[in-house]
Write a protein that binds this ligand. Sequence first.
Ligand code: PLP
Length: 458
Amino acid sequence: MMQFTLNKTVVHIGKAAPELAAWKSGAGTYEDKEDAFFVADLSDIVNKFRIWKCLLPRVQPFYAVKCNDDPCVLGLLAQLGTGFDCASKGEIQRILDMKVSPNRIIYANPCKQKSYIKYAAKHGVSMMTFDNEIELYKIKATFPNSKLVIRIMPPDDSKSQCQLGMKFGCDPNDAGHLLRIAKELDLNVIGVSFHVGSGCYDATAFSEAVASAHSVFQVAEELGFNFDLLDIGGGFPGQWSDKITFKEICDELTPALDRYFPEGSGVRVIAEPGRYFVASAFTLAVNIIAKRAVPRDNPGGYAVVVDGISRDEEPHYMYYVNDGVYGSFNCLLFDHAEIEPNLLETPEPGVPTYSSSIWGPTCDGLDCIKKQCLLPELNTGEWLVFRNMGAYTMCAASAFNGMPKPHCYHTIHESCWMLLMKLAKSDASDLKLLPVNMKTGHNVPQTEHDSIVLDCDC
Ligand code: PLP
């Protein structure tokens, strides 16, 4: 198998994600034969980057590292030329270690530890967000020359998978007060940021937030600031099958940007997409390590096994797999994710299915991945596959009960690999350098995205 190294990690070239999963799951000589594992298709990320460049050419993406800090993801995006949104010293360090310039980083955590601000100052990471008065005094004491971005609450973040407004962002009506204090402290505030909520499914949330940010620009101007940065945050969809498409958001967002911050206005627009880049690129395969058959009609739930199964009913199968809510499936609790199990191979038509539930490997009863689904009867040693597992999964996983985090295997389509080689040599981030047919990428995009890719001239 052809391979190369990206950010110190092996990437297999030319293997489709399902092929790689089948290869791994059948690799008999490996001691870790039955361990859960991820397959990351980096071509999917290149494809997303290209679509971004086509549909939001004015907006520079600063990838939100917190979403998935896989070394290949970071290395790939660094080579494609994105910036990075970091939330801590550790994340900043990871990006600087890749020799990415500090001015490609925004420290986008409005409430920061003092020593982390000093670390940012020492390494020239000067762009950072704030949303309260105490933070301004802290920054004055630790990094007075920083370039500050005031984070405002969006008008409405209720139509998003994870709302952030209850924790971060000042009321836009209080922005004047904060900016006056910044002025008194002689701090350099350069612009406005917002986040409409992670996994936003309402495009108007973006346009309304842009309008609100514009009103803060006006207040700032009256106070003598010369703002030149708008940060539109994250919230963009990451799955091809999401409720809203990236294009629908861009169709609403672009006119708002053109109206309030037209090209030529001198305002640089950046964003902090997380799930957009990674959600669909990662597939998780888990192994069935144990199985129980319980009566389907047991009113007490799943725990009581009454001498096998009840005679007049089909069984309910409980499958125990080797990753759970304390591991990669923490997204069920923290990210309100919805997941669907698939089989490694599509079952023959007409194969009977049974009421089933899927449980994680720890001894905690809470560790349930799917309470109810229909599956053909499976046996221990077989695999279940979960797609769209790239966002807010492995990055927040614990080793509770001593359960290891799954290894991740990386794959990339040959054409995307060639693109990376070219970019590495030319040290340029412009995709016009190489005509790549993104239709040949794996995790083949949906039809509407196909046409986006074909129509645009990039
Ligand atoms: N920026 C900030 C400040 C965030 O807190 C988050 C997510 O929580 C993101 C960006 C990324 O959001 P998303 O993954 O929805 O794009």
